[in-house]
Ligand binder design. Structure first.
Ligand SMILES: [Zn+2]
Length: 238
């Protein structure tokens, strides 16, 4: 055992913690949730578009109904005048009757237009119902994924807390002067600062060291600072 073995223990726990963080960030439920949220946004946009078309149709229908109401009022007034007895002039009476008949024809025409609008609304209503049902299913899926994700995150978080606790304990055994090199290499080399030299192979980069280098290292004390000639990591020797 060298002073580097204490640092290697810390490295193993740091690596374990890094793996847990990576696993948490790449949980399948997380990607699935992002995907479904994208689909929900798409359906919401489709619903907004259908709502806009339904709004146009509804306003058209309202305009036609208002027109019918106003024409009916005009017909009623003409009708009242016709039977009020205020005029006996046959020509005027005939004119009133003609007016009423003309208004009725216009009402009938507008009622046909309104029917057309109502018929045009039906498939759009159906389209919206399909979208709303789809949105609801997606909401349920998203909710299920959120629960799944929260559970998986909590599980990893608990494991991570345990690893960090062990790491804090292991770190106490590491001599202070080893930390700057460890922190520097860990930041520079993807989280792995120190590795075991196993035979002639660096376990950090899995490359073999040259015979000359292995020979040079063997003559040194195990406590001395040695870097892998391939990757630059600290090497722990037996
Ligand atoms: Zn190496």
């Amino acid at each position: 055992m060298s002073r580097w073995d204490t640092l290697l223990t810390v490295q193993e726990l740091d690596t374990h913690a890094d793996q847990l963080v990576h696993r948490s960030q790449h949980l399948p439920a997380r990607a699935a949730l992002v995907e479904i949220e994208g689909r929900i946004a798409k359906v919401d946009a489709d619903i907004a578009e259908v709502d806009s078309r339904l709004g146009d149709l509804s306003r058209s229908q309202q305009r036609l109904e208002d027109e019918i109401a106003s024409l009916r009022m005009r017909a009623q007034q003409a009708d009242k005048q016709l039977y009020s007895g205020t005029t006996n002039n046959p020509r005027e009476l005939q004119a009133l009757q003609d007016d009423i008949a003309s208004i009725q024809r216009r009402i009938s025409k507008i009622e046909d237009d309104e029917l057309d609008v109502m018929e045009a609304t039906e498939p759009v209503d159906a389209e919206k119902a399909v979208l709303v049902a789809r949105r609801q299913r997606q909401d349920e899926q998203a909710q299920g994924l959120r629960v799944e994700l929260a559970e998986a995150e909590a599980e990893i978080e608990a494991e991570l807390a345990g690893v960090r606790e062990q790491r804090d304990i292991a770190a106490k055994a590491v001599p202070d002067e080893l930390w700057p090199e460890y922190d520097r290499l860990r930041a520079a080399l993807g989280g792995i600062a120190i590795a075991r030299l196993s035979g002639t192979t660096c376990q950090g980069c899995h490359l073999g060291l040259s015979a000359v280098e292995v020979d040079r290292i063997r003559k040194m004390s195990v406590d001395e600072l040695v870097h892998c000639e391939e990757c630059g990591r600290l090497l722990v020797r037996e």
